[in-house]
Ligand binder design. Structure first.
Ligand SMILES: [Zn+2]
Length: 109
């Protein structure tokens, strides 16, 4: 499958791996020890593993993949924050206030 090597960094786009929640810690990145929480070793303390393979990513690769995931999540959050941004011109024409603009159909009596 994918052979991720440091030497290839820069030449190609970094692969976007599908990350899924770690089953061991259920995505929490930590597990409950006897006295305190311990970093989950199954996912390198990230809460995420590579989908399908359940591979634990090396830390430097994990950081990049988590960044991709975070960027994706932030874009979704931004999109949810500003739904008006997507509204095109044709949407505005459907606004009901066109009656007040011309007033040609309004007899007033
Ligand atoms: Zn875990």
């Amino acid at each position: 499958m994918q052979n991720v090597k440091k030497h290839h960094q820069g030449g190609f786009n970094r692969p976007r791996l599908d990350l899924v929640q770690c089953l061991f810690c259920k995505g929490k990145a930590v597990v409950k020890g006897v006295f305190y929480e311990l970093v989950c070793t199954d996912c390198n303390g990230s809460g995420w593993v590579v989908e399908g393979t359940r591979l634990v990513l090396p830390l430097e690769e994990l950081v990049t993949q988590l960044s991709f995931k975070l960027q994706q999540a932030q874009r979704q959050i931004e999109a949810l924050k500003r739904p008006a941004k997507v509204v095109g011109p044709q949407q505005q024409y459907q606004e009901p206030n066109r009656l007040g603009a011309g007033g040609t159909n309004y007899t007033g009596d």
